[in-house]
Ligand binder design. Structure first.
Ligand code: PRX
Length: 713
């Protein structure tokens, strides 16, 4: 938590001060009631639902979610807690996720849209894919994966795909076979993809030649070559690369197709035209997919999600929190390469049989009116996006929404805390005061929402996600593992007290890391078989108000949240250190008006090397190559020495303070306090010269910067 030190205070008092400090900065915001008329049509419109998910009814309460699905065989046990923290849901049950998202809708909704794909070029034709059409495409690709790639249930396959309909088609086809998909965000580098392939021991890559981004066709296939190279370095030989083509019959990439390894999917599909593949009946506890995410240390972790529990949880939360009805037109403006897209573009909405909109490109292409034209044209009535997109649209087109005739009943924000001011613009201008907003707080590991408001029943409060989601028991612990009292205004580590069906099964291939990362901190007895002894640590700091609403303060681990995406400082630093001249590297966040945070790097060189723009460039390029353009540092500062503790750890909060023109906190414990002033002079004078001085940081931003990296000090 934020480190605020008072010279003469005892350690205990200091703790008091630091915890309370965060909260006193917060102003209690006013509440907004759900819009008139919304409640009558809401899926959750009766307080009784809160009763049915009350703690006393745990774990049977979650049967309500499981019953939204079609099972081949009903479960014998709702929750198996015999081997904590490896909890298992709906044990004995069998089902298939693809059958639930596609086949079961054929009887009543075959001609209704399942996916509506909006290409980025505005004059290009929008693709409306009905459930019948989706069924056809999914079956054909499943036949190909089974026959041509020879994959079967339990094998892994990696996708490196942008926002094209071939991505959900590929996911559902693999889900049909029980082949575990691992989609790597299309914007990530080839190397990042290869690293994830190696971790998953996946030998088949599905990619595409190109896609539109900001008006141009990006060469994407080249990244496949880098991925294969990287996987090879880590001992995995990629056998097949299946290449979809963005524009039928054309190939837009400089990368040559390698004979015997690379294949055009459209050519292969000719053989499988009209073929059908029976959905494989899987155990509820089998794996549906992996989604890699960053954390405190080292390599990304493969969050391994289960067929039954995950699908039940995203379907239930899509129904009650997104308020999805089959005849809605639902648009989640996120990327399927992230967990939000998996849960709330593909699996949840399709399990409910609704029409899910996908957009290929950037929000402001060709102008910031684009999203609202799409909403008007398609009759979108549920809208879902991230604060970074909202901020960008507010900045570039504050008056655009009013020009278009669309009407949202609910709107979601996800990915990072939303500033109350931005929330109010979203509510008033985008939502025209007609829509209920759900601020949904959760993470890759949790499968679905942990904290939010039920849009028909619970008032909204800007900047707070709301109370715990149905059936979720949230608790905040202080540094010593003591529970922090509701309404005390003190911040601490937010945890989930109970198991829930959406939680990941484990970290792929690393059970011990799963325990260490999420459970070790607040588990008091590692031999306990009682789930109550195993609170799940989410990794965020939070405060609970008197009314039970939670404000999320951001990550407590060394993660920088750039535009809602988690980047691990360790990954950034390891990339920087690959550069020959670099001895030490530290990554810190700088506050950015649009993206929330961006990365800044501090570098110390090996003896004998001189600081130069060229070295800084190399660091930047290596980070982009290893991780992706999203991680491109705003600045690379080459400094003579890093501020360090006596035990030699880099004090990231000190340089984060400098980069943000904020307080650097106590430097008296540094081994080399004298470097602070010289780094400040170097960095801040250069920033001033460029006119790059942030406006006053908010109290929350100051706290985040002050706390940054304190987890590793
Ligand atoms: O810090 C929280 C922030 O995003 C983190 C999870 O990131 P990721 O696993 O990439 O998943 C993003 C999509 C769920 C959390 O630990 N976060 C996510 N949603 C919110 C949020 N912070 C505040 N409010 C939210 N609504």
């Amino acid at each position: 938590m934020a480190e605020v030190t008072k010279e003469s205070a005892s350690a205990e008092e200091q703790d008091e001060a630091s915890e309370a400090q965060i909260a006193v900065h917060w102003r209690e915001e006013e509440s907004y009631q759900p819009p008139a008329g919304f409640k009558e049509q809401a899926n959750a419109n009766d307080q009784a639902i809160l009763e049915s998910f009350a703690a006393e009814r745990f774990p049977d309460s979650f049967v309500e979610y499981a019953e939204l699905l079609t099972w081949d065989r009903k479960w014998d046990t709702v929750l198996d807690t015999s081997s904590p923290p490896f909890f298992k849901w709906f044990v004995g049950g069998r089902l298939n996720a693809c059958a639930n998202c596609v086949d079961r809708h054929l009887e009543t909704r075959a001609d209704k849209n399942a996916l509506i794909w909006v290409p980025e070029p505005e004059d290009a034709e929008i693709q409306e894919i009905t459930y019948a059409e989706l069924h056809r495409r999914v079956n054909e690709f499943a036949a190909l994966v089974q026959d041509f790639s020879g994959l079967q249930a339990g094998d892994r396959i990696t996708f490196h795909m942008p926002m094209v309909p071939e991505l959900p088609v590929s996911m559902l086809a693999c889900a049909r076979l029980g082949v575990v998909h691992s989609e790597v965000f299309g914007g990530f580098s080839g190397a990042a993809c290869g690293q994830r392939m190696a971790d998953a021991k996946s030998t088949v890559l599905v990619t595409i030649d190109t896609y539109y981004r900001n008006g141009t066709l990006i060469d994407h296939k080249v990244k496949a070559d880098e991925a294969i190279e990287e996987a090879r370095k880590e001992g995995i030989e990629v056998e097949k690369v299946l290449v979809w083509r963005r524009i039928p019959g054309e190939y837009h990439s400089e990368s040559p197709m390698v004979e015997g390894r690379d294949f055009f999917v459209d050519e292969l599909l000719e053989k499988y035209s009209g073929q059908q593949v029976e959905p494989v009946s899987l155990s509820a506890t089998d794996t549906l997919f992996l989604m890699y995410t960053s954390g405190t240390t080292g390599r990304p972790k493969g969050a391994q999600h289960a067929v039954g529990g995950y699908l039940a949880y995203v379907t239930g939360t899509s129904k009650y929190y997104q308020d999805i009805h089959p005849d809605d037109t639902y648009w989640c403006f996120a990327d399927i390469g992230w967990i939000t897209g998996h849960s709330y573009i593909v699996y949840g909405p399709l399990a409910l049989g609704t029409a899910s909109v996908m957009y290929e490109g950037v929000p402001t292409y060709p102008d910031p009116g684009r999203p609202w034209r799409i909403a008007e044209k398609l009759g979108v009535n549920i809208f879902h996006t991230a604060p970074t997109t909202i901020r960008m649209l507010r900045k570039l087109g504050p008056d655009e929404p009013a020009k278009y005739d669309y009407h949202f009943k609910t709107m979601t924000t996800v990915g990072e805390p939303i500033e109350p001011d931005v929330w109010r613009w979203y509510y008033t201008v985008v939502g025209k005061g007609e829509a209920a907003i759900t601020d949904t707080w959760w993470m890759t590991e949790t499968g679905g929402f942990l904290g939010s408001t039920l849009p028909g029943l619970q008032p909204m409060k800007p900047g707070s996600c709301g109370p715990a989601a149905l059936g979720i028991q949230l608790v905040i612990y202080d540094e010593n593992g003591e529970e922090i009292r509701r309404g005390s205004g003190k911040a601490g580590y937010i945890c989930v007290r109970n198991p829930w069906p959406g939680r990941m099964l484990t970290v792929w291939g690393q059970d011990q890391r799963f325990i260490d990362t999420y459970y070790a901190r607040f588990n008091k007895d590692s031999s306990s078989k009682d789930w109550r002894d195993w609170p799940f640590m989410c990794g965020d700091g939070a405060v609970e108000a008197q009314d039970g609403y939670f404000r999320i303060l951001g990550r407590i681990d060394d993660v920088i949240n750039v535009a809602g995406h988690r980047l691990g400082t360790k990954e950034l630093e390891s990339a920087a250190i690959e550069v020959e001249e670099v001895a030490e590297a530290a990554a810190v966040p700088v506050v950015d008006e649009i993206r929330g945070k961006i990365v800044e790097m501090y570098i110390a060189l090996k003896p004998g090397y001189e600081a130069s723009d060229e070295v800084a460039q190399k660091v930047s390029q290596t980070i982009v190559k290893d991780i992706g353009a999203i991680a491109r540092p705003k600045n690379v500062w080459i400094v003579p020495d890093m501020p360090k503790t006596r035990s030699g750890k880099i004090m990231r909060r000190v340089i984060a303070g400098i980069s943000n023109f904020a307080d650097v906190g106590d430097t008296s414990t540094l081994a080399n306090p004298e470097v602070v002033d010289s780094i400040r002079e170097q960095v801040q004078s250069e920033k001033r010269a460029r006119g790059d001085v942030p406006q006053d940081l908010s109290a929350k931003e100051k706290d985040e910067i002050a706390a940054f990296g304190s987890g590793s000090e």
